[in-house]
Design a protein around this ligand. Structure first.
Ligand code: HEM
Ligand code: NAG
Ligand code: NAG
Ligand code: NAG
Ligand code: NAG
Ligand code: NAG
Ligand code: NAG
Ligand code: NAG
Ligand code: NAG
Ligand code: NAG
Ligand code: NAG
Ligand code: NAG
Ligand code: NAG
Length: 368
């Protein structure tokens, strides 16, 4: 039922159209925050140094370990695809049934300590003001700037959720075994287009992978094989790194883009036609003739891909966000504030003053 009809007022078509137009105009004149939208510079007055404090935390972690940037870019993706960008990916659970415990995240997802360090810094500067979900979005942006010299503005004003379920991570995150139609469907479920799926997959130009994500492309059980679309020489190198019985406890990792693993560039797209895409899913982008056209255009024009990549990152960062009075501003990014938890998720009592000035170093997630 339309808002006009629901008022129970009888209107003819022209009046109804005028009423809708007036409502739309009114809506356009409301501040963005009243429309439940994110805004660039949301913390301009409430916490003017929020974004620079996050940038410092990310830069400091990056100086120690440049691989942290890839971890933080992937952290936003894995947050946003599960219950929207609500920092649900950061929550811990007493019996290890939160998103971060699910196989797509454990043991590979990392960067939690950087978010904790950034949160500690902003809490000290402006208590109970900046959400963990916004910190995740800022940290991904800063990581893209550091690896790609690609600055962009990220709208903020997200609020934090209070639910995190491993089952939802398993069912919402695309697997490296997905074919083209499964990949497209997984992104369509988040209102992202086929092209945006190809654009965002270009994030695989940075970072690394554990053996289990590509083992089925190089072994059938214990027998060496070479998956279609994988270079035989590359498969030999990968087999030398990964034994056929590698599992989630095997600490070995290998870079996804062996040409320039720490630089955000368009080499990912150039490697695909050379049979150097690491995951089955990567290779799907060029064996599918529809998706292949985008692969070719991004391989040919890095500027084009970079422009579209930051736009797609912003769009991904808007998925199902909580705004206004929805959700909460978590005090500790790993746990919901006292009294707002779903069963199983850890909670904390709201303190008079926040004690977390230093980063928590108890992050149990392996980051090898
Ligand atoms: C299209 C579907 C996608 C699939 C199937 C996929 C799958 C994977 C897998 C299996 C890994 C390696 C995990 C491991 O074993 O360590 C990985 C790593 C990574 N993914 Fe994706 N991914 C996809 C899309 C994306 C998107 C949309 C982004 C971000 C925009 C992204 C960013 C990354 C990054 C940066 C890494 C490296 C992480 C690190 O070094 O810690 N991926 N991805
Ligand atoms: C915050 O300040 C920046 C720079 O002046 C401006 O572009 C942005 O629109 C402001 N945002 C808000 C919500 O005030
Ligand atoms: C520096 O990076 C290593 C991983 O490369 C990590 O184990 C260590 O905790 C980091 N140190 C700091 C202070 O962040
Ligand atoms: C990107 O990095 C440059 C160089 O460190 C810095 O001056 C700039 O403020 C950063 N831009 C954003 C949007 O973070
Ligand atoms: C992709 O995988 C799904 C699920 O396994 C399957 O139903 C579908 O036929 C596959 N599509 C192609 C084109 O192989
Ligand atoms: C996708 O868009 C539709 C229509 O606007 C909306 O109802 C739905 O909630 C959106 N889904 C996501 C995951 O954002
Ligand atoms: C992984 O493999 C090792 C060596 O084969 C084995 O000892 C260990 O139990 C396995 N771990 C898991 C989680 O399967
Ligand atoms: C190619 O991908 C499209 C989605 O973009 C899908 O509909 C189509 O089935 C795929 N074709 C093949 C041959 O897998
Ligand atoms: C993908 O594009 C490349 C380069 O233009 C071309 O050689 C190849 O045949 C294309 N593959 C498909 C499935 O369209
Ligand atoms: C590459 O893409 C950029 C951005 O869309 C565009 O301005 C430029 O003309 C393109 N270059 C070529 C050679 O097509
Ligand atoms: C979780 O937060 C929502 C508000 O976002 C609230 O309505 C709900 O009651 C909370 N759940 C629990 C279990 O506290
Ligand atoms: C985890 O704990 C919650 C509540 O304590 C419970 O509802 C859930 O069933 C537990 N999950 C498992 C796998 O034990
Ligand atoms: C946040 O909560 C976790 C889990 O209870 C705890 O280990 C950590 O010390 C807390 N961090 C801060 C800064 O208080």
């Amino acid at each position: 039922m339309s808002p006009v009809a629901s008022k129970g007022v009888v209107m003819d078509g022209a009046v109804a159209v005028a009423a809708v137009a007036a409502a739309v105009l009114l809506c356009l004149h409301l501040p963005a925050v009243a429309r439940g939208q994110l805004q660039v510079g949301f913390y301009n007055t409430s916490c003017p140094n929020a974004e620079s404090l996050v940038r410092q935390a990310v830069a400091s972690a990056f100086a120690n370990d440049s691989g942290i940037a890839a971890g933080l870019i992937r952290l936003l993706f894995h947050d946003c695809f599960v219950r929207g960008c609500d920092a649900s990916v950061l929550l811990t659970s007493a019996n290890n049934t939160a998103e971060r415990d699910a196989p797509p995240n454990n043991p590979s997802l990392h960067g939690f300590q950087v978010i904790d360090a950034a949160k500690a810094a902003v809490e000290q500067s402006c208590p109970q003001t900046v959400s963990c979900a916004d910190i995740v979005a800022f940290a991904a942006r800063d990581s893209i700037n550091l690896t790609g010299n690609l600055p962009y503005q990220v709208p903020s004003g997200r609020r934090d959720g209070n639910v995190s379920l491993d089952t939802e991570a398993n069912s919402n995150l695309p697997a490296p075994t997905f074919n083209a139609s499964q990949l497209v469907a997984s992104f369509a479920a988040k209102n992202l287009t086929d092209e945006e799926m190809v654009i965002l997959s270009g994030a695989h130009t940075v970072g690394r992978s554990f053996c289990t994500s590509f083992l089925a492309r190089i072994y059938n059980g214990s027998t060496p094989i070479v998956d279609s679309g994988l270079s035989a020489g590359y498969a030999t190198l990968l087999r030398a790194l990964c034994p056929s019985n590698a599992n989630s406890s095997t600490p070995t990792t290998t870079v996804i883009d062996p040409s320039t693993p720490a630089v955000l560039d368009n080499n990912y797209y150039k490697l695909l036609p050379l049979n150097l895409g690491l995951f089955f899913s990567d290779n799907q982008l060029r064996v599918n003739s529809t998706l292949n056209a985008s692969v070719n255009s991004f391989a040919a024009n890095e500027t084009l891909w970079k422009e579209k990549f930051v736009a797609a990152m912003v769009k991904m960062g808007n998925i199902q966000v909580l705004t206004g009075t929805q959700g909460q501003i978590r005090l500790n990014c790993s746990i919901v504030n006292n009294g707002s938890s779903s069963v199983g998720i850890q909670q904390m009592t709201v303190p008079n003053s926040y004690s977390g000035a230093t980063a928590s170093l108890d992050d149990e997630i392996a980051t090898s």
